[in-house]
Design a protein. Structure first.
Length: 375
């Protein structure tokens, strides 16, 4: 079923990015601690785990940890069929991903509803991203219906899928493959109960995809933690390059110029991971790399204006180019986190932006090192 919109897409290569989790298939052996299970429900297909709708402190802690990239690849539940409340043979079947954050949102928002929850193996990735890369797809829906023996559990032949899963599922193929028809539910999990109460009819508001500021910022922590290690190595290199000059190498110059270079690196990361998503609707251009580059460039220009006279022209230009490139690259990671992108669109933007970002970085490095010899 639907989820709160806060995820990201794996790149077209199929290798998941940090906020999407890993790419290994799921199985019962890697089930996240099943503190959400309380007993079983007997069905003609065998016992089905019963889950409750409470989201406790342990769940909230787990949610906070994965927001910061801690244990993200393992934050998943076993695929299969679950019972929420006391569902009978006529209860609705809600389909969702096995990313535990998504699963928690669905069971919590569906509190008071007697329903079956069919969890697909999306390899720990949320619905929107999994649909984009194919793990929340037609074949997986058919496979789970068959393996759980769902036709023996329910009398009807309807599956309620989240609207955000539509890009990965061909409804006519599902019907042909397992005999179940697909009904697309609301975008947001919080509308599940209202959707079911009115006979599975979605209002225009339930179909509308919005991307407010807090949703855009939800990925900022994991994006920042994801670049900490490479940023640390980059900072070490910057300190070394800062010390290169006419006297071969100067520790004093490495410290003085290195501080400025590392500050520019940190500012570029924050410009791409914080400023760009906050100002997303107002930054010109359609490309995230362009939006991020503009944000980083403007911030760099303002900072250099305040420091004019303390930096030589080559060094100032180097910092301007470097911040623009870093901010552009970081902002590009948010392309899969909006309702406006597709895997092919992400790939197209990467092909165009990466050479430009690399060129700006090389130019910045040459200016930075070369500027020391022009003093």
């Amino acid at each position: 079923m639907g989820e709160e919109k806060a995820g990201c897409c794996a790149p077209p290569s199929g290798k998941a990015s940090p906020c999407c989790g890993g790419g290994s298939s799921s199985g019962a052996a890697i089930r996240y601690a099943d503190n959400f299970v309380e007993g079983t429900v007997e069905t003609p297909a065998g016992p089905v785990p019963r889950v409750h709708s409470r989201v406790g402190s342990r769940d909230l802690l787990g949610r906070w940890k994965v927001r910061w990239g801690i244990g993200r690849d393992r934050y998943r539940v076993a695929p299969g069929l679950y019972a929420l409340g006391a569902p009978g043979a006529d209860a609705p079947v809600l389909v969702t991903a096995n990313y535990k954050l998504t699963f928690d949102v669905v069971r919590h928002e569906a509190a008071g509803v007697d329903a079956w929850i069919l969890v697909l193996d999306t390899r720990g990735i949320n619905v929107w991203c999994a649909a984009g890369e194919g793990t929340f797809g037609t074949g997986e829906v058919i496979r789970r219906v068959t393996e759980t023996r769902l036709p023996e559990v329910v009398n009807h032949r309807r599956l309620v899928l989240p609207q955000l899963g539509a890009p990965g599922v061909a409804a006519h193929e599902v019907r042909k493959g397992c005999g179940f028809s697909v009904v697309y539910g609301p975008v947001r999990a919080r509308d599940i109960r209202a959707f079911l109460e009115v006979g599975m009819k979605a209002s225009p508001a339930m179909r509308r995809v919005v991307f407010p500021t807090m949703d855009r910022l939800a990925l900022t922590p994991v994006e920042i933690t994801g670049v900490l290690r490479p940023a640390g190595w980059a900072a070490a290199v910057l300190f070394l390059l800062a010390g290169v000059g006419p006297g071969i190498f100067s520790l004093g110059a490495a410290w003085d110029r290195g501080i400025a270079a590392v500050a520019a690196l940190a500012a570029g990361i924050l410009a791409g991971a914080v400023v760009t998503p906050v100002l997303l609707p107002w930054l010109p251009g359609r490309s995230f790399s362009v939006k991020g580059g503009l944000a980083g460039g403007v911030i760099a220009a303002c900072a250099l204006m305040g420091q004019r006279g303390s930096l030589h022209a080559p060094a100032a230009l180097a910092l301007l180019l470097a911040m623009t490139a870093v901010s552009s690259f970081i902002a590009m990671n948010f392309t899969g986190a909006t309702p406006f992108t597709s895997p092919s669109g992400v790939e197209k933007e990467m092909r165009r932006a990466l050479p430009v970002q690399a060129g700006l970085t090389v130019a910045a490095g040459l200016l930075w090192v070369g500027g020391a010899f022009l003093r």
